[in-house]
Design a protein. Sequence first.
Length: 507
Amino acid sequence: MAPATTGRPLRIGIGGMAIESSQFCPHRSTYHDFRVTRGRDLLDRYTWTRPDGDLSGVVEWVPLVHAVAVPGGPVEPATYDRIRSELTDRIRDSGPLDGLVHDIHGAMSVVGLDDAEADLTAAVRAATGPATLISAAMDLHGNVSRRFAEQLDLLTAHRTAPHEDAWETRERAARNLVARLVSGRGRPHRAWVQIPVLLPGEKTSTRLEPAASLYGRLATVEALDGIVDAALWVGYAWADEERCRAAVVVTADDPGLALDQAGALARAYWDARRDFTFVGPTGDADDCIARAVASSARPFLISDSGDNPTAGGAGDLAYMLGRLLAHEDLASGRRTALHPGLTDPAAVAACFAAGAGAEVTLRVGGCFSAGTGPHAAPYELTGRVTALEDPGPASGVLRGNPAYDGGGRRAAVTRGGVTVILTERRTPFHTRADFGSLDPLDHDLVVVKIGYLEPELYAMAADWLLALTPGGVDQDLLRLGHHKIRRPLYPFDDEGFEAPDLTPRLL
């Protein structure tokens, strides 16, 4: 550790591996799914590492390796081993580090592991040695086991959902680390407690109560004298592991204050567990489509929530496409709908081979999920190719986030009033730019594979519904078939659930 009196810049490494993995998704995440950055490209991810920034004279930033992927199914072991090995090798090769910014997600699943972040962090700790302070930046949908958290010195998480503060969270993790090292005060105390509640993100948006008030408390706690950070995780509902549940960590120089505040936050979350509701009005697919067609609000957005790739869904289910074309007004063209983001590389290739304007008959969907249930069956689609686009890596879905690279080539096929955008790779559609040449405002309905609406879609929607569709991130948790989660756990257990022990522990 290097206090300010050494007269040299602090050496702080940056690295990590970030993905959200649904264990109910048949997709498997491979090395090809990750955007891997090193060197100057890695430092350029952040604003606080700039040579002209206020930390430039204080810190020598040491880029290690960072790998981030669109959420999906569990990571293949060989891919995980490759990235973990490169990260730990680079830590060892970098020379002594005063600190390390551990830029992760917190809901990674790896085939064969029960607690992937704990395994990764143990390897990082072994590589740095005990003297290096490690500060983790996480998504609030991460899972925080004791085995994981006790290997860290500082950890913090997003405070908004949707995650409008994602980059702010990473900066907070970095600046908290720098402040500890400059002060020479060493490791703070961390009060940790898990809460036996596991809710989907679409029920815990900070746009609504009770999450708005619960997360609003964190800044007030953090402002108390002696507190370094306060963080609350809702957990990740689509993994099936013992660690999957809500958690609180309060980091402080005063251990008693940390314990008191962590306990108060945990009790408040537990007491509010039945107050969480979906972020928008819900219904099944047919109900949502019928209500949207009947409405005068335009554009009317519908979330195909069960197949949301940014929560870990496969993104290849044609279920919603079939329900759209089963509605007479849409099938006839009396109303129009745009349905982007159905992953099917073979169908895209067939469209490019046929050319714009051609009539095609395709079996779309199910490239990962076929055989997992009736909702995953491919759909036979006959229609006209209305757009062909190759956005390339520079045009990007969620520009500024290196996990998303535009999804490769895409093709639009129109049948009746329904246009579906087929993609070569699993691709979220969160901004107007993501739709390419097709304007969502030109359609009556826009049906997106997403959960709660991201800010640009939220602003675009004249009205919207959350369709509770089947898939790898089904919002109806009880029908997914969890069997490894630690019980009792709300909402899997409710009646007769005795008051849990919410006593925080110092790590």
